[in-house]
Design a binder for this molecule. Structure first.
Ligand SMILES: Nc1ncnc2c1ncn2[C@@H]1O[C@H](COP(=O)(O)OP(=O)(O)OP(=O)(O)O)[C@@H](O)[C@H]1O
Length: 329
């Protein structure tokens, strides 16, 4: 895979071209000190000092003792040590505040490629819904998934020339409270042809999808031919869509072919061999649901290392479910 193919899947690259078929999004340049703040693993977990009085979260989370120490230090030392002072990003905060307001008060945040999905557990509502800069900073700073964007985005590139892009962006997407998970699909494009479509949420069987499958395939195929095929420059890639009640198709995301992108109900090898008709896969019965393929908590909470048993469990479960899907076909 080439670096340019990975670059095309960054939201600040694809969104301007596809905005009329996507979720309303406002994109912010991230100043380098904020990127360094996200990367900084040393010292206590500090949230940025907020310029806004309506931000209810404290500046430091996780360790009440740290908070106490910090307050004591503040009281005893006016020129408090830089290393324990909460950082502050007033300009970025103010821009973000305006964007949140113009997007209706709640947003879904993501960096160039990824959202902090593994941090949802930490927010009061258990989702990625944010209505303040501090909430966004908390989700971004707590996420291990974002380390991929920050440090490993080009790891699978044959022409890798750096470990990170020159600039990072924060995309704020209008929050949609009632997206129906069964209406999200990952579409696989190989040699510029749509070869496969997979239900995106593979942990659940949705009986209604069985009846709608044919119609959905037609709607997605037409959308691909009219709006994506000749506009997205890569030959091989995936894109995720959401199909609304009125059969409008919205692009949620683009991802590179292979590497870190999950093939969901397919294998990459079999996708590369599909060429005649579109293969549309959904979970066809309750027996065929897959275990969650993403961790819902940061890596620290889960021992997935070789020998932990988890790696073998995933391998077995995956093989078993692939077999079941074949049997059901
Ligand atoms: N604006 C939104 N409002 C509410 N939920 C959203 C919104 N945008 C995305 N989601 C939900 O979050 C999920 C993940 O979003 P997205 O694909 O942008 O993240 P990602 O990190 O790129 O994921 P992946 O790496 O799997 O592609 C989507 O499948 C969708 O269910």
């Amino acid at each position: 895979m080439k670096q340019e193919e990975v670059n095309r899947c960054q939201i600040q690259e694809w969104y301007p071209k596809f905005k009329s078929f996507s979720i309303k999004t406002l994109i912010h340049d991230l100043p380098e000190p904020f990127v360094q703040y996200l990367l900084d693993d040393s010292g206590p977990f500090l949230l940025p000092l907020s310029i806004s009085n309506d931000d209810a979260l404290p500046n430091r989370v996780f360790n009440p003792q740290d908070q106490q120490d910090y307050q004591l230090k503040e009281e005893s030392d006016d020129d408090s040590d830089q290393s324990t002072s909460p950082p502050s990003f007033p300009e970025l905060e103010s821009d973000i505040k305006h964007s949140i307001f113009s997007l209706g008060g709640s947003v879904f945040p993501k960096l160039n490629w990824s959202a902090p999905k593994d941090s949802a557990w930490i927010s009061p509502n258990g989702t990625l819904k944010c209505s303040s800069f501090t909430e966004i900073a908390l989700l971004l700073r707590s996420s291990d998934s974002l380390v991929h964007d920050l440090c490993h985005a080009y790891d699978s590139c044959t022409d890798k020339s750096s470990s990170r892009p020159l600039k990072f962006f924060l995309a704020l997407r209008k929050w949609y409270p009632s997206l129906r998970p069964e209406m999200e699909f990952r579409c696989f494009v190989w040699n510029r042809d749509l070869v496969g479509i997979s239900q995106r949420e593979v942990t659940t069987f949705y009986p209604a999808l069985v009846e709608k499958k044919e119609r959905l395939q037609e709607v997605i195929r037409e959308f691909f031919i009219e709006h994506v095929k000749s506009s997205f420059e890569s030959e091989n890639y995936t894109f995720d869509v959401y199909v609304t009640k009125n059969e409008a198709v919205k692009i949620v995301d683009f991802n590179p072919w292979g590497a870190f992108t999950l093939p969901l109900l397919f294998d990459w090898e079999e996708l590369e061999e599909l060429n005649e008709e579109i293969d549309f896969r959904i979970v066809e019965s309750r027996r065929a649901v897959r275990p969650g393929l993403k961790t819902a908590v940061p890596f620290d909470y889960l021992d997935t290392s070789a020998g932990s048993g988890w790696d073998q469990f995933l391998k077995n479960a995956d093989q078993e479910l692939k077999q079941q899907t074949r049997d059901d076909d």
